[in-house]
Design a protein around this ligand. Structure first.
Ligand SMILES: Cc1ncc(COP(=O)(O)O)c(C=O)c1O
Length: 459
C-alpha cells in the first residue's frame, strides 16, 4: 500500500490548488477530504474511512469505481496506442466506440463528432446547428432557444444557453443572446399540487406555451432549441414528463428548427433507459454525450447528428463549408478503449435490467422516508436519480433563507457520516451508479435522512 503524507498534501493543496465550484475561503478553517482510493459505490479517504459516492463523482461513474473489465480495457490499450491526433488519422478504438454506440441510438443519428467533455459536446452542437444554416445560405438563423434552469456546461457558448442565474449572471456581458423559455419545473407549476413524483402525471404542458410563442414569433432567426431531456440536472434535479419532449419535437419540426438534446448527464442509463429521450418515443437532430460515455473513467464526449446536417458541410474544400472545430485530445485511444468496454458491458450484462428492482426500491424508499417530513416540499425521481426540495413552509413552498447555507451544511455533515451529498441549493439529491444494490440504497437514504434532520434541528 502506498503511503501518503496527509499534512503535506493538504498544505500544498491549500497553498496552490484552486478547486472548481468552490469558495476557497470556506476551507480556511476546515480541510477538504483527501480521497486516495475507490471501489464500487464507495470512496476511501486517506484516513481509511469509506463513504458512499452517492453523486457518482459528479454524475459520471456508471458501473462502479474500478470495474475489473474497464480497468482491463485500459491496461490492454496501454500496450498499443496512447494518443494520436484525429485529423487525417483514424484508429480502430474510435471505430469500435461508434460501432457499439450506434446500436443504442436511432438510425437517424449516424454522424459522430468526438470531443473532450460535456461543455465541448454542447459547443460543437451549437456551432453545427448554426453553421448548417450558414452553409445552406440561410443567414438569418443565428439564435438559440434554451430553458430557464438549464445547465449545459461552463464554456461561454454553453453558458449562453444556460439558465442558472447563480452561476451565469455575472458573465452576461460576454455571452451571445439566446431566447429563454420557461422551465418545466413541475413542483412550482401553478396548475399542480403535491410532489412531482415520477412526472408522468396528467398535465396540459402549459410550460411549453412560452417556447411555442418564441418559435412562432422568431423561428426565422432561430437555428435550434437545446434542452436536457426529462431532467434538468444542475438547475435543481427537475424531472418533467416525457410528453413535454414529444410536443417539443412536434413544434420544432413545425417551425423547421433543430432540436438538440443534451444527454451529458442523463445518458447511459441514468434515467432508467439508455437515453432519456427514448422515453418520449422521438429522436433529436443532435445529441450531446459525455460523462458516462467512458463509464465515468476519463474525459471524452460525442456530438452525434443526422446525415442531413452532415451533408450541409460536405463539399469541395474551396466552398468554405468545413467544420473548423477540434480539440487536441479528440478521440483519445485510452478514452475510447474504456468507452468501448463500458458499452460492451451494457450490451452483454444489461445493468439496467439487473438493477431494476434496486432502482424501484430507491423510488419507494424516497417516498417512505420523506413524504411526511414537514420540511420536504417536493420529492422527484427518475431512474437512478432522486431529489428532495427542502422548504421552510410546505404549504406556501417558501424556501429557506439563503443565508442559512443549508445545502453547504448538509454537504459538510454528510461527509462526516459516510455519504457524499452535494446539494444544489436546498435540493438534496442522489445520482446513483447503475451498480447500486437495495442494501446500499437503504443505507445511503438512512444516513442521508439522519444528516438532514441533524442539520435542520441545529438551525
Ligand atoms: C446537462 C449537462 N450538460 C453539460 C455539462 C457539462 O459537462 P462538463 O462538466 O463535462 O463540461 C453538464 C455537467 O454537469 C451537464 O450536466
Amino acid at each position: 500500500m502506498k503511503s501518503w503524507n496527509k499534512k503535506k498534501i493538504l498544505e500544498i493543496d491549500k497553498k496552490h490548488i484552486w478547486h472548481p465550484y468552490t469558495q476557497m475561503k470556506d476551507y480556511e478553517n476546515r480541510d477538504p477530504l483527501v480521497i486516495v482510493a475507490a471501489n464500487g459505490c464507495k470512496l476511501k479517504t486517506i484516513d481509511g474511512d469509506e463513504l458512499y459516492d452517492s453523486i457518482s463523482s459528479w454524475w459520471t461513474t456508471l458501473h462502479g469505481h474500478l470495474h475489473p473489465k474497464l480497468n482491463q480495457a485500459i491496461m490492454e490499450q496501454l500496450k498499443l496506442l496512447d494518443h494520436v491526433n484525429f485529423s487525417g488519422y483514424t484508429h480502430p478504438y474510435a471505430v469500435e466506440v461508434v460501432e457499439r454506440l450506434k446500436n443504442f441510438l436511432p438510425h437517424t443519428l449516424s454522424r459522430f463528432f468526438f470531443s473532450d467533455n460535456g461543455s465541448t459536446a454542447v459547443e460543437v452542437a451549437l456551432k453545427m446547428a448554426f453553421q448548417f444554416w450558414q452553409n445552406r445560405g440561410v443567414n438569418s438563423k443565428t439564435r438559440f432557444v434554451c430553458l430557464e434552469n438549464a445547465y449545459h456546461g461552463d464554456t461561454l457558448g454553453a453558458v449562453s444557453v444556460g439558465g442558472v442565474d447563480l452561476f451565469f449572471e455575472l458573465y452576461k456581458p460576454l455571452l451571445f443572446k439566446s431566447f429563454k423559455a420557461p422551465s418545466p419545473y413541475c413542483y412550482r407549476c401553478e396548475e399542480k399540487e403535491g410532489f412531482t413524483l415520477d412526472a408522468n402525471h396528467e398535465c396540459n404542458l402549459r410550460c411549453l406555451d412560452g417556447l411555442e410563442k418564441i418559435l412562432n414569433e422568431h423561428h426565422e432567426e432561430i437555428c435550434a432549441v437545446i434542452v436536457e431531456p426529462r431532467l434538468q440536472g444542475a438547475g435543481g434535479i427537475l424531472v418533467y414528463p416525457a410528453a413535454y419532449l414529444k410536443k417539443l419535437r412536434e413544434i420544432t419540426e413545425q417551425f423547421k428548427v433543430f432540436l438538440i438534446f443534451d444527454e451529458v448527464a442523463t445518458g447511459f442509463g441514468r434515467t432508467g433507459t439508455m437515453f432519456a429521450f427514448e422515453q418520449a418515443g422521438i429522436a433529436p437532430d443532435i445529441i450531446c454525450l459525455a460523462k458516462g460515455l467512458t463509464g465515468g473513467y476519463l474525459p471524452m464526449a460525442l456530438t452525434v447528428t443526422t446525415e442531413e446536417i452532415y451533408q450541409a458541410f460536405y463539399a469541395d474544400y474551396l466552398e468554405g463549408k468545413t467544420f473548423y472545430h477540434g480539440h487536441t485530445y479528440t478521440a483519445n485511444p485510452i478514452c475510447c478503449a474504456v468507452a468501448a468496454a463500458s458499452l460492451k458491458l451494457f450490451a452483454e450484462e444489461e445493468p439496467l435490467v439487473k438493477t431494476k428492482e434496486a432502482r424501484e426500491y430507491f423510488h419507494q424508499l424516497l417516498l417512505d422516508t420523506f413524504s411526511d417530513k414537514p420540511y420536504v416540499g417536493d420529492i422527484r425521481y427518475i431512474g437512478y436519480v432522486g431529489a428532495i426540495e427542502l422548504v421552510r413552509d410546505k404549504k406556501t413552498k417558501e424556501p429557506f433563507s439563503e443565508e442559512l447555507r443549508l445545502g453547504f451544511n448538509i454537504y459538510m455533515k454528510s461527509l462526516e457520516k459516510g455519504v457524499v451529498l452535494r446539494p444544489l441549493g436546498d435540493v438534496i439529491y442522489w445520482f446513483l451508479p447503475l451498480c447500486i444494490s437495495k442494501t446500499e440504497v437503504e443505507e445511503i437514504l438512512k444516513i442521508s435522512a439522519e444528516v438532514i434532520e441533524e442539520v435542520l434541528i441545529n438551525l
